[in-house]
Write a protein that binds this ligand. Structure first.
Ligand SMILES: [Zn+2]
Ligand SMILES: [Zn+2]
Length: 257
């Protein structure tokens, strides 16, 4: 860095000091995003064994798929989340999503692109699809977090991003705090492929920030299946381990594929 660069960096640090969104310590501007190295190291990748289909962490043993996928498969083909949704990561995601700390985006994107480079089968798709937000929620929040991630992933891997093909036709309650069954009911029928959009045989990568019960991406996938989509993959930044044990309700309201 030249003298002018050092001076510029010094001025930025002086006038726009950055603080770690997790521990509050001072972070230099050149670090790139407001999360210190110590906190960054606390972000844990999800460890195998994972369910082959939905990517939930399996307790242990030889099973390749979770009980839910065995008895009542989701409508997507594969879902993967990269890191554990707890501690530092949860704090950072909340700051990003609810306090608009958009400068954290490069941190999340680095994690997701590194994972996708290693798991390239998830990229064998025709386009990237962000989970749509209802327009009321979009207005309140000011941005769609899934779209922000999708855009950057699309840019990085040269894949088109579709923002307009699917809409969220119901302004569902936030999934946080709802029981599993309620979550599924809450997002059931929430999405609609726009009329005149042909998705027959198209392969799609859905991008979301957090997966818990997977009810939202399942509902979206169900709508994509209805219009004849081909392979449906899901990638998310994080997933909570605590929600992974056992199966969801095993009701058979949705027939097996
Ligand atoms: Zn920190
Ligand atoms: Zn599973």
């Amino acid at each position: 860095m030249g003298k002018r660069g050092i001076l510029g960096e010094g001025l930025m640090n002086l006038f726009f000091p950055q603080h770690c969104t997790s521990c509050g310590c001072y972070v230099t501007f050149s670090h790139g995003y407001p999360l210190c190295c110590e906190c960054e190291c606390l972000v844990q990748p999800l460890r195998s064994p994972l369910c082959t289909y939905c990517g939930k962490v399996l307790p242990s043993g030889k099973a390749m798929e979770c009980l839910r996928c065995r008895v009542h498969p989701f409508h997507f083909d594969r879902a993967r989340a990269v890191v554990n949704y707890s501690g530092v990561l949860r704090a950072a995601l909340h700051a990003w999503k609810y306090r608009g700390v958009i400068s954290l985006t490069p941190f999340f994107i680095d994690i997701m692109t590194a994972y996708l480079r290693e798991h390239r089968f998830l990229l064998e798709v025709d386009f990237v699809l962000p989970v749509p937000l209802h327009r009321t929620r979009l207005y309140e929040r000011g941005f769609n977090q899934s779209f922000l991630l999708s855009q950057q992933i699309g840019d990085y891997f040269s894949l088109p991003v579709s923002e307009k093909m699917v809409s969220r036709i119901r302004n569902t309650k936030p999934q946080v705090g709802l029981a599993r069954k309620e979550r599924r009911r809450n997002v059931s029928g929430a999405f609609q492929v726009e009329e005149g959009t042909s998705l027959r045989g198209k392969r799609v990568l859905i991008v979301d920030d957090v997966l818990t019960t997977r009810a939202t991406v399942d509902s979206l996938s169900r709508e994509l299946r209805r219009v004849g989509c081909g392979r449906i993959y899901v990638i998310a930044l994080a997933s909570s381990c605590s929600a992974e044990r056992g199966g969801d309700s095993l009701s058979r309201e949705i027939p097996r594929r």
